[in-house]
Design a protein around this ligand. Structure first.
Ligand code: URA
Length: 199
């Protein structure tokens, strides 16, 4: 973890961070994944979405949220007047865990310095945590996502800047439980209002 922190913390740009991550051999997930999924969208965006880990389609394409979950995310973005290419998208873990298993606590800790630095360098005004693992990783909150969602939390960057985080339901969960979409819709509207408020 110390090596990950050093590699991530000293990256001066997002391109450099991507190179450092690609060269980082400390996390075993790298060796079973086909591709690294660093980000998609616009790194200069005011809004950054963070999911858990790539799935099968993401692993094949090397981009986050390009499978069914991503298609739903695109529609959710459109519903609040945003387009995918105008937001920044990443995952807490950049490599697909084999068979989509849950990342282990060690894997999560090894990847954490990279996503933290990625947030710091992208410097969005607002973060949206897609699902419980992302919400937990970004805010340290221990409650389940059904309790957390809809309530603003905070993410502190390594340099101490505080960024508002909206935890919401993961698109993959919404595909299984479409009746819950109304809650995500509310959360997305809250994000839109926050962005307007922040100017
Ligand atoms: N689920 C995630 O959390 N991230 C992706 O990139 C795809 C599915």
């Amino acid at each position: 973890v110390a090596i990950a922190r050093e590699a991530a913390g000293t990256a001066a740009t997002l391109d450099e961070l991507r190179e450092r991550l690609a060269a980082f051999d400390g996390c075993n997930l790298k060796f079973t994944a086909k591709n690294m999924c660093f980000s998609d969208g616009d790194p200069l965006s005011d809004i950054m979405f963070i999911g858990e880990a790539p799935g099968r389609d993401e692993d094949i394409e090397g981009l986050p949220f390009v499978g069914r979950s991503g298609q739903l995310l695109n529609r959710m973005l459109a519903a609040i007047g945003l387009e995918r290419q105008n937001v920044y998208i990443a995952n807490t873990i950049p490599w697909r865990p084999p068979g989509n298993r849950t990342p282990t606590p060690l894997e999560t800790e090894l990847c954490r310095p990279f996503i933290e630095r990625q947030i710091e360098l992208a410097d969005p005004k607002v973060l949206v945590a897609l699902g419980g693992p992302a919400a937990k990783a970004l805010t340290g909150a221990q409650e389940g996502i059904l309790r957390l969602r809809g309530n603003w939390k905070a993410h502190s960057t390594p340099s101490g800047k505080v960024i508002p985080v909206m935890p919401t339901l993961h698109p993959a969960y919404l595909l299984r439980s479409p009746a819950q979409k109304r809650f995500a819709w509310r959360d997305f509207l809250a994000v839109k209002m926050k962005l307007r408020e922040l100017g």
